[in-house]
Structures are given as structure tokens and as C-alpha cells.
Design a protein around this ligand. Structure first.
Ligand code: OAD
Length: 239
């Protein structure tokens, strides 16, 4: 029996009893759907690129470049097909009050049928204007960075950039999810960005079991660490 097999059995046993799980996901959750993560061998220049593509300064300097990059991600996300791990999380709702707190902006959790999803970093599917935050909607995305119909400022994606606050509503949603929880599942995040850290620390302090799924485990001492891909491991621990 391999470590992973033992871990899967243990995680399954824990999760079969929980009623109010919280699931934290990151870019690795969508890797098997063909959406690249930010920090792996192929994208290890993300921290340089992030300044140009994921900050207000980057947008001011070259709005068209930023627009095109996010338009490309929007298209990739629309084309992506959720893997069985997504379906397993959605189906879990039939047995438990599952709350998902995601750093991902691709919308795949909701598309897979999960109903309680907090998007900490916003969404590729929303847009607002740079100057006055007027919400703007599109059928299909224009090639050129568009102007706000109300104030003519440029339109930006509704994602959280570096240096920006997590939206109040998302913070509140996450805090509410953590009011009552009996297990924490951490999937596909490097924890390089500190957004999920307080939730993990809180779970540790409360003595709530923490199960991590990631081929390259990031937590020092999860209750169970499952070193494998989300699309393969989640269906096995949530059945
Ligand atoms: P990262 O790109 O930092 O980390 C991705 C994690 O997914 C790594 O730990 C991988 O080992 C893991 N991973 C890869 N393939 C996987 C698979 N098939 N199954 C499970 N895990 C897998 O992504 P995040 O931690 O989500 O923010 O990054 C957090 C934030 O940093 C993002 O939301 C983004 C980025 O800068 C902004 O753009 C504001």
C-alpha cells in the first residue's frame, strides 16, 4: 500500500463524517482543465509579469496589453471543461454544507454546480471601469480595451490585482463560512500569496482536520497530505 493510498483512505474516513466542510482552492485546481498555474516550471517568471499584468500601474502603463492578456484567459476559461474533482465537490453538497473559498477567477466551481462559492480574487466574468468602478457587461469581449459607457474611463477585468483589497463581500463570505466548519480541504495552492493563510491558521488553532491535495504539498503539517492531482484525488476522497 502506498502513502497516497493510505492517505486517501484516511481522508475519506474523516470526510465521510463532516457536515460543514470548507474548501480552499487555488490555480492547481484548474491545471488539469488546461488552465496554467502561476508558479510552476513553465510560468516561473509570473512574479515579474505580475507587475505588468496584475497591478493598476501595469494597466495604466499599457491597458491594451493587460486587456488582451485577460481576454485570452477569459476565452481559455470559457473553453475549459471541469474535471471530475470539480464534479465531486459539487456532488458533495448532497451530503454536506460545502463552502468553497477560491483564489481562482475562472468561474469553474459555479459552472460545475457548486452553489456556495466565495471568489476572493474576483472573476474573469465581471468588468468595471478603472476610474469609477461602474460595472460593465459584455456579450463577447472586444479586441480593443473598451471605454465605460457611463464615464468613458477604460474598462478593466473584475479581478483583484496586487496592491488591492479583497472585496468586502468576499471577505465577509469567507468569514461566514469559517464561523462553523468541521474540516478544511486545501487544494492546488502554493500558498505563495498570503490570502488563504488566515483561514488555515484559524483551522489549525481550532484543531479542525486539514486535508491538502497538491502534487507538491505546500502545508508543513496537514492532518493528511495527499500528493496527487486534484482531478484524480478528489473523486476518490469524496465518494
Ligand atoms: P500558484 O500558481 O502559486 O500555485 C499552484 C499550485 O497548484 C502549486 O502548489 C502546484 O503544485 C499545484 N498544482 C499543480 N497542478 C495541480 C493539480 N493537478 N492538482 C492540484 N494541485 C496542483 O497558484 P495559487 O496558489 O492559486 O493572484 O496562486 C495564488 C494567487 O497568485 C493567484 O490567485 C494569483 C497569483 O498571483 C492574482 O493574480 C492576484
Amino acid at each position: 500500500m502506498t502513502d497516497l493510498t493510505t492517505g486517501i483512505a484516511r481522508a475519506r474516513e474523516i470526510l465521510s463524517r463532516v457536515k460543514h466542510p470548507v474548501v480552499i482552492t487555488g490555480a492547481g485546481m484548474s491545471a488539469e482543465c488546461g488552465l496554467p498555474t502561476f508558479r510552476d516550471a513553465k510560468t516561473n517568471n509570473w512574479d515579474t509579469l505580475a507587475r505588468q499584468l496584475a497591478t493598476a500601474e501595469g494597466f495604466r502603463a499599457d491597458p491594451q496589453r493587460v486587456w488582451e492578456w485577460y481576454a485570452g484567459r477569459w476565452q481559455e476559461a470559457r473553453r475549459a471543461v471541469p474535471h471530475p474533482g470539480y464534479t465531486a465537490l459539487a456532488a458533495w453538497e448532497q451530503r454536506a454544507n460545502v463552502r468553497i473559498i477560491t483564489q481562482n477567477v475562472d468561474g469553474l466551481h459555479r459552472r460545475s454546480g457548486s452553489s456556495q462559492v466565495v471568489e476572493l480574487h474576483g472573476s474573469l466574468n465581471t468588468f468595471f471601469c478603472f476610474e469609477q468602478q461602474h460595472p460593465v457587461e459584455f456579450e463577447g469581449l472586444p479586441d480593443l480595451v473598451p471605454q465605460c459607457p457611463y464615464c468613458e474611463s477604460l474598462v478593466r477585468p473584475g479581478v483583484v490585482w496586487f496592491g488591492e483589497m479583497i472585496p468586502e463581500e468576499a471577505q465577509q463570505g469567507a468569514a461566514e463560512a469559517m464561523l462553523q466548519f468541521d474540516a478544511l480541504l486545501v487544494v492546488g495552492t502554493s500558498l505563495y500569496v498570503s490570502t488563504p493563510q488566515p483561514y488555515i491558521r484559524f483551522a489549525e488553532r481550532r484543531g479542525v482536520p486539514i486535508i491538502e491535495v497538491n502534487p507538491d504539498l505546500a502545508l508543513e503539517q496537514p492532518t493528511v497530505g495527499l500528493s496527487g492531482p486534484a482531478g484524480v484525488v478528489l473523486p476518490q476522497i469524496l465518494c
